[in-house]
Design a protein around this ligand. Structure first.
Ligand SMILES: [Zn+2]
Length: 77
C-alpha cells in the first residue's frame, strides 16, 4: 500500500500546476472553486482529464456540456 500513497501524494503536488484556461473562461463559478479544483497539470492542455481533482474534472465537463448546449445545432443528420 505504500507506493499507492506515494502516487496519490505526487498527483496532488501543487508546485507545477496552472489554472485551467477553459474553465476560467467558461465557468462563472471558477473563482469560487477550491484552489485545487481550478488547476490542471502543468504542461497539459486545458482538458477535463488534466484536472487534478474529481471536482475539477466534473466542473470542466459541465462547462463543456453547457457550451455545447448553448450552441445551435447546424447539422441535424
Ligand atoms: Zn478545466
Amino acid at each position: 500500500m505504500e507506493h499507492i500513497e506515494q502516487i496519490t501524494k505526487k498527483r496532488f503536488e501543487v508546485r507545477s500546476n496552472r489554472p485551467c484556461e477553459f474553465c476560467k473562461e467558461l465557468d462563472p463559478q471558477f473563482p469560487h472553486r477550491h484552489p485545487l479544483d481550478q488547476v490542471v497539470s502543468f504542461g497539459r492542455k486545458s482538458t477535463a482529464s488534466a484536472h487534478l481533482t474529481e471536482e475539477g474534472y466534473v466542473r470542466h465537463r459541465i462547462a463543456e456540456l453547457s457550451r455545447l448546449a448553448s450552441r445551435k445545432p447546424r447539422n441535424v443528420a
